[in-house]
Design a protein around this ligand. Structure first.
Ligand code: ATP
Ligand code: MG
Length: 619
């Protein structure tokens, strides 16, 4: 059955909503796809919901083809389940928490590793029952610090999340096999939704685990930065992106006495550099981190960093482990890289977090004015320096005294000569122009992207924490090996609208341009006057068009001026418009206009359905 415009709810707006910054957000509001209810919370109106359902149908088909089975897990989850895996902490304020009437703490699920692992543990206990891949399409809740860009980053959103369980990594039935099957399914899903994507190596974030890839849609409005080698053999997101070979030189000659200069009222590296007549790239930026152990190991803190490579007067033997991370003033510390350097020194370190200012001050670190030569009271501090900061140059650095910097900082004199042993490592974010980590002469290029999907090789993090084991073929019990695979359903729709590839743009000045696979209706039949022959023909064509698989029809039966009807059809992004006007009908013709075409074609009534079917294959 076709849908009549007057019988549904399509509240289109002419004005640009003031709060919307990106095209997908603006257009979804203007086209009557969504309505804002609260911060990061949206109603889906009939058009928006139809599109989402089409995306979900594509996902369901491809999940089934990849051997995954659908379940539905609750959004309301006892908090203690997250406490068992430590994710109540790892998710931090992003986790919605609430208390029920009996005082029991609950969480609204941001993702469901714990829930699905608990469930599988209840029924599966042998390799004979594995592998198993379960998925759901369900509402997730995340109290995002900054919900924005409409449904691109909302606080309540639909996710397809799949979880696989194995007793082995390699070989038939192993994690590797399912990971590849999900990866391939993602490629088909995004292609069917009309999205050009790139896959990038990614850091695993709070979900933990070892290997992961993200699916990114290149778009100038994306919040993620993708770095790709111009040799086309490496792509990663900025959290993960490694940098090719660099060398260090801490031995450079002294260029002058260490000179303390008062620098009050210069809140940024740029202003300090300007005042001292140098550039940010000649200023050492020193950040203070704290490394913490697994909770259970805290008592043994004195021995925590016994694995520190060389014996050194500055070896970690204290309960407080401070890390001074030094990068060039124009660079940013990459916390994932820093964490892995620290874990290389001691694998039991769990987290490395930037210290709060008041806490750092208590331990003698004059935040804003810390230099690599800081010695903080009794605390023991490890110095980790990025390659580009570990160079021979006339450095400016913090003076370890409020409102002061030093000039002519020299690594040899200020640090090495005083018994300091910096670890030199890659701890900064990669930038456009950096050498590719493949070390093949490739150079990194940067662009923005929207993360639409993410696949992880989780390993045994959750099964170990929740004691979910299976017997292998030798009769031995091991925690199950897991993978998890997420897709942002609403984000796909927004990303399609944001598409920027030439000829594939997801919008133009008149509105959205949706591919027929996910448009709420592939066809709109617009009658110039909805009566008589035009009205009857609209119904007849709609009935015939709806015989074509995947085609449903919207009939614009409103008593509106043609200009208004055409504008709205463009705004809501319907791929093909068939117009029935008295003049052309008198000649036995209808007008047919693909959304992207500059003008309409006249087609004999008798050929309209066949012609529409051909056109829709390309739309
Ligand atoms: P991001 O880095 O964008 O915050 P994430 O890496 O935390 O996302 P995952 O845990 O990997 O997200 O979730 C799987 C997918 O869910 C993401 O690839 C994304 O498409 C979608 N998603 C995550 N957060 C949101 C959100 N706040 N709004 C809409 N979609 C989201
Ligand atoms: Mg992710």
């Amino acid at each position: 059955m076709p849908t009549y415009w007057t019988r549904t709810l399509i509240p289109t707006l002419r004005e640009l909503p003031s709060e919307a910054e990106v095209p997908s957000h603006q257009l979804m509001l203007r086209a009557g796809y969504i309505r804002k209810l609260g911060s990061g919370v949206y109603d889906y109106l009939p058009l928006g919901w139809r599109s989402l359902r089409k995306i979900m149908e594509i996902i369901r088909q491809e999940m089934a083809a990849a051997g995954a089975v659908e379940v539905s897990l609750p959004a309301l989850i006892p908090l203690d389940l997250y406490q068992k895996t430590g994710r109540d902490q790892a998710y931090g304020d992003n986790l919605f928490r609430l208390k029920d009437r009996h005082g029991r703490l609950q969480a609204l699920g941001p993702t469901h590793e714990e829930v699905v692992t608990e469930m599988v543990g209840g029924y599966i206990d042998s390799y004979k029952q594995l592998p198993l891949t379960l998925y759901q399409i369900q509402t997730k809740f995340r109290d995002e610090y900054r919900p924005r860009f409409g449904v691109l980053r909302s606080r309540e959103f639909l996710m397809k999340d799949a979880y696989s369980f194995h007793t082995r990594v390699d070989g038939p039935g192993g994690l590797g096999e399912t990971y590849q099957a999900q990866f391939d399914a993602y490629c088909r899903i995004f292609r069917r939704c009309g999205l050009d994507y790139v896959t990038v190596e990614a850091e695993s974030g709070p979900i933990g685990g070892s290997a992961s890839h993200e699916f990114m849609v290149p778009s100038p409005t994306g919040e993620d930065t993708i770095l790709e080698s111009d040799r086309q053999n490496y792509a990663a997101n900025v959290e993960k992106c490694e940098i090719g070979r660099r060398t260090q030189n801490l031995q450079g000659p002294v260029r002058g006495d260490l000179e303390k200069v008062a620098t009050p009222n210069f809140p940024t590296i740029e202003t300090v550099a300007q005042f001292l007549k140098t550039e940010p790239r000649r200023v050492l930026k020193t950040l203070v981190y704290e490394a913490s152990l697994e909770p259970a190991l805290k008592v043994k803190a004195e021995h925590a960093l016994e694995a520190a490579a060389e014996p050194s007067p500055r070896a970690f033997v204290s309960e407080r482990f401070f890390v001074l991370a030094v990068v060039r003033g124009d660079h940013d510390v990459n916390e994932a890289k820093l964490t892995s350097v620290i874990r290389g020194i001691n694998p039991r370190i769990q987290t490395v977090t930037l210290m709060e200012q008041h806490d750092a001050l208590r331990h003698g670190f004059t935040i804003g004015y810390v230099g690599p030569h800081a010695v903080a009271g009794e605390a023991i501090t490890r110095l980790v320096v990025d390659f580009d900061a570990a160079q021979d140059a006339d450095w400016v650095a913090g003076a370890n005294e409020v409102d002061h910097h030093v000039r002519h900082f020299n690594w040899q004199r200020e640090v090495l000569g005083r018994g300091g042993e910096p670890v030199v490592a890659d701890i900064r974010n990669a930038l456009e122009g950096d050498p590719s980590p493949r070390d093949d002469g490739g150079v990194l290029k940067a662009r923005k992207g929207i993360e639409v999907g993410h696949v992880f090789k989780l390993g045994t993090k959750y099964s170990t924490a929740l004691e979910v084991t299976a017997q292998d073929d030798k009769g031995e019990r091991h925690p199950m090996i897991m993978g998890c695979y997420g897709i942002g359903v609403n984000r796909i729709l927004a990303a399609v609208i944001e598409r920027a590839a030439a000829g594939q743009e997801g919008h133009d000045a008149n509105g959205m341009i949706l591919p027929s696979a996910i448009a709420p209706y592939p066809v709109v039949i617009t009658t110039i006057r909805h009566q008589g022959a035009a009205k009857d023909l609209a119904d007849k064509l709609a009935a015939e068009l709806e015989q074509i698989p995947g085609v449903d029809v919207l009939i614009d039966d409103r008593d509106e001026r043609p200009g208004v009807k055409f504008k709205d059809a463009d705004l809501i992004g319907i791929p093909l418009r068939i117009t029935l006007g008295d003049k052309s009908l008198a000649k036995g013709e209808v007008e047919m206009k693909p959304r992207r075409a500059a003008k309409a074609d006249l087609v004999p009534v008798g050929e309209a359905v066949k012609r529409a079917a051909e056109l829709l294959k390309q739309l």
